[in-house]
Design a protein around this ligand. Structure first.
Ligand code: NAD
Length: 496
């Protein structure tokens, strides 16, 4: 038993049940349909700080072997009829669904998120396989006469080629699925490099893909302690044509520069700093429900997490009171304990960062109405926290908190709110609560964001284009456009 004691919200570590699915025990490098079982890098359970297991540390030679495998499989896969590719993706969806409980437990073990969140993630991840199994055979071309009538324009969307996929730890299944499914649907082969903190989920998913009938070499998985070195080597390989990255803006900038040297197409899903806006006329209970979802899904470790709550003066005090009561009631504990409502942070460094942001805001005049200081480990816990009277200039207003902390700011006018909401380098998601829909649409046009939840605390959906503006990224994942990120238009100028 390693969880902190003394806090009534902390629950004891339960027996680890439900993790007996042998299909999900594959670990190692997955190259050309072979599992290469190697060890050396510990995978830590953030609920306890203990080591769960060890995984492989791929080197440059492994990266080359993975690109060789992807290149070898590419001609066969792009020539495979779309319908056949779709059927494999569909089987992958069904396998994810059948193994959902074990997969959710695995995610919870290595990531720390609650079982409820992990189950939600598995369902969300599986849906990308279903959605892109449907889209695989619907990629549209173009046919038109030139305006001058000189000739006919035909446009075909071809698979772009070998894609390197890099994913973060916060949604280890969903971020992998959101890239693999459209890439395979488009006819591309891939090398997936999951985050070091959550490699087991990626391996389990690859194993399910294998079971679904994905041919050897179409999906390869590399786990490594040297992501920069390995990725740079892959980007320097002329056979690689696509980089699809989800992670922090700082790493995204490095990768864009590296990809630029080799003129490789990039899709970038980067950081966020979402404003959650509540107008005076909002339905208070609905806004509180939405706030809890937007803030506390994944214990705040989400790129779309509400990072700043802007509340109009007339509803401010009632909102703070309601939010404080709800946050204070949440049970903190090991992610895989079914009673837990707020799991641990991913690493001790994550707890330290949250502590730094909260302490600095408090030093500059903010007050915590609940929470406000880290919980003692082992296990990496920060309690649900609400901050009021937060100065607009505080670091917490500018940086991604990535934790269960809700800073609340009061505003009077729409103009004041829009200025504050847009005062960030990010532009991924925003949320707006008002009963006045024309007002919501009017304000929506002024908010610099890729996605806006109107009277909703959750925007993600496999059928919608997910992505941001400004420093939050380039390109969109999901929806109809997501598959086009893995294609290149080829134009035929035809004189019949
Ligand atoms: P991170 O940028 O540290 O790591 C992301 C991935 O990049 C990991 O696989 C990591 O191993 C790899 N990486 C790290 N350094 C690298 C390098 N030099 N070269 C190549 N790869 C490298 O991000 P994280 O901490 O894993 O994830 C949290 C971040 O991801 C947050 O900023 C969050 O907002 C963002 N995120 C964005 C989205 C989105 O869709 N926009 C979704 C989830 C997470």
């Amino acid at each position: 038993m390693h969880l902190p004691s003394g806090d009534p919200r902390i629950m004891p570590l339960p027996e680890l049940t439900g993790y007996a699915d042998p299909l999900l025990h594959s670990q190692g490098l997955y190259i050309d349909g072979q599992w290469l079982p190697r060890r050396g890098v510990p995978v830590v359970n953030p609920s306890t700080g203990d080591t769960l297991t060890e995984i492989a540390d791929a080197g440059i030679a492994d990266a080359t072997a993975a690109i060789d495998a992807a290149a070898g499989a590419a001609p066969g896969w792009r020539a495979t009829p779309a319908r056949h590719r779709a059927e494999i993706l569909r089987r992958w969806f069904h396998l994810m669904t059948e193994h959902a409980d074990a997969l959710a437990t695995l995610i919870s073990l290595e990531n720390g998120k609650t079982l409820a969140d992990a189950r939600g993630e598995v369902a969300y991840a599986a849906e990308f396989f279903r959605w892109y199994s449907e889209e695989a055979s619907r990629i549209q071309g173009e046919y038109r006469r030139t305006p001058s009538g000189s000739h006919t324009i035909l446009v075909d969307h071809e698979p772009i080629g070998i894609a390197v996929l890099i994913t973060p730890w916060n949604f280890p299944a969903a971020m992998a699925a959101r890239k693999i499914a459209p890439a395979l649907a488009a006819g591309c082969t891939v090398v997936l490099k999951p985050a070091l903190e959550t490699p087991l989920t990626a391996c389990a998913m690859a194993r399910l893909g294998e079971e679904a009938g994905v041919p050897p070499g179409v999906v390869n998985v590399l786990t490594t302690q040297s992501p920069g070195e390995l990725t740079n080597a892959m980007l320097a390989d002329a056979r690689v044509r696509k980089l699809s990255f989800t992670g922090s803006t700082s790493v995204g900038r490095l990768l864009l520069a590296e990809a630029g040297r080799h003129v490789i197409s990039c899709s970038m899903e980067l950081g966020g700093n979402a404003p959650f806006i509540i107008m005076d006329d909002a339905d208070l209970d609905a806004a509180l429900d939405g706030a809890m979802v937007a803030k506390m899904r994944n214990a705040g470790e989400a790129c779309t997490a509400a990072n700043r709550f802007y509340v109009q003066a007339g509803i401010h005090d009632a909102f703070v009171e309601g939010l404080t009561a709800r946050m204070a009631r949440l049970r903190v504990g090991a992610g895989y304990d079914p009673r837990t409502q707020c799991g641990p942070m991913i690493t001790p460094a994550a707890v330290q960062k949250i502590d730094r942001l909260v302490s600095s805001a408090v030093r500059h005049g903010a007050q915590a109405t609940t929470g406000g200081a880290p919980l003692q480990g082992p296990g990496f816990f920060y309690p649900p926290t609400v901050l009021v009277n937060v100065p607009a200039a505080a670091a917490i207003s500018q940086e991604e908190i990535f934790g269960p902390v809700a800073p609340v700011y009061r505003f009077d006018t729409e103009d004041e709110m829009v200025t504050m909401a847009n005062n960030t380098e990010y532009g991924l998601a925003a949320y707006l609560y008002t009963r006045d829909i024309p007002r919501a649409m009017r304000l929506g046009k002024r908010l610099e964001t890729g996605m806006l939840g109107i009277n909703r605390g959750l925007v993600s959906d496999p059928a919608a284009p997910f992505g941001g503006v400004k420093q939050s990224g380039l390109g969109r994942e999901g929806g109809v456009t997501g598959i086009l990120e893995f294609t290149e238009p080829k134009y035929y100028a035809v004189d019949f």
